[in-house]
Design a binder for this molecule. Structure first.
Ligand SMILES: CC(C)(COP(=O)(O)OP(=O)(O)OC[C@H]1O[C@@H](n2cnc3c(N)ncnc32)[C@H](O)[C@@H]1OP(=O)(O)O)[C@@H](O)C(=O)NCCC(=O)NCCS
Length: 154
């Protein structure tokens, strides 16, 4: 399946869906944040010329089939930046290369905005990123999860 990756800025109607996925998947990492607050935060990522930038993957019918973001800070207290974050593809669209295309779009955006290195952390999919050329850095315990920090030279 070929998905088209566009900035959320081009499809503001999809902000609620992006927020709902993130709320269900990573709500525990932002304790106290409501879904309504998350929608507002996602709308703040509707940029193309500065960080943060949210992307959506669109199927042939224009429906949303995934999302990923370029953000400045992710791990609280960590001075490194920027970060690839919130990579999500719903289960029915997985294993078709959509996450890979989203990761490439975020890398390209970071490069275009002048960054030469990008970071991420993951507790679920280090192999996905390793396969895309990301390098494992340290492991940490963060808010109840064992996470792997990774980086990529752009
Ligand atoms: C992880 C996730 C984004 C992958 O999306 P996807 O669209 O299926 O990924 P892709 O199809 O681009 O997969 C690329 C490669 O990584 C592999 N891969 C995908 N998910 C993987 C996982 N969880 N663990 C190990 N490998 C994985 C695929 O098999 C594929 O390998 P291949 O190129 O050798 O065939 C998706 O499963 C998801 O949204 N999961 C829930 C949220 C999540 O964990 N997000 C990541 C947070 S860091």
């Amino acid at each position: 399946m070929t998905a088209t990756i566009v900035p959320l800025l081009e499809r503001p109607d999809l902000a609620e869906q992006v927020a709902a996925w993130g709320f269900a998947e990573w709500g525990h990492l932002n304790p106290g944040e409501t879904l309504a607050q998350r929608v507002i935060r996602i709308r703040g990522k509707m940029n193309t010329d500065r960080v943060p930038v949210a992307f959506v993957a669109l199927g042939a019918d224009g429906g949303i089939v995934g999302t990923a973001s370029l953000i400045f800070d992710d791990l609280e207290g960590d001075p490194r930046n920027p970060w690839l974050a919130s990579v999500y593809v719903p289960s029915e669209y997985r294993k078709k290369g959509i996450a890979s295309a989203l990761v490439r779009a975020v890398e390209e955006a970071a490069r275009r905005l002048g960054y030469s290195r990008l970071y991420l952390f993951t507790s679920t999919a280090p192999d996905l990123y390793a396969g895309l050329g990301w390098r494992p850095l340290e492991r940490q315990d963060y808010r109840g999860e064992h996470i792997q920090v990774m980086d990529r030279t752009l």
